[in-house]
Design a protein around this ligand. Structure first.
Ligand code: SF4
Length: 107
């Protein structure tokens, strides 16, 4: 499986399953990433998203972690992109709840 995966400054990571991108008609993640005010780290190479910068530059903060790419891919792409960010305070908070929030409940 072809995957583009890179780390970001907060300690999280972004993973893109590039095989799903080949048939994506919108390439919405790249458009959003290059909108003014966003990170502008993605470009299209051979029809799929690629980094404009080195992995080290992206990890040092070139990626602004605005989350726009994931949302656009979910809404208009092929659901190929997942952002994982460490949120220990949220995990701690969720553990303390007597009832799980709706989005975590089994259907
Ligand atoms: S929007 Fe999603 S499926 Fe489309 S190119 Fe971007 S990551 Fe790939």
């Amino acid at each position: 499986m072809k995957v583009l995966e890179f780390e970001v400054r907060s300690g999280g990571s972004i993973r893109i399953e590039l095989e799903k991108c080949e048939s994506c008609e919108t390439k919405a993640c790249v458009k959003m990433c290059n909108t003014q005010g966003m990170g502008q780290i993605l470009e299209l190479k051979d029809g799929v998203p690629a980094l404009k910068y080195s992995l080290e530059e992206v990890k040092r903060g070139a990626c602004t972690e605005d989350l726009g790419c994931e949302l656009e891919c979910e809404l208009h792409g092929n659901k190929a992109l997942v952002i994982t960010l460490p949120l220990p305070e949220l995990d701690e908070y969720l553990e303390g709840l007597s009832e799980q929030p709706t989005y975590l409940r089994e259907a």
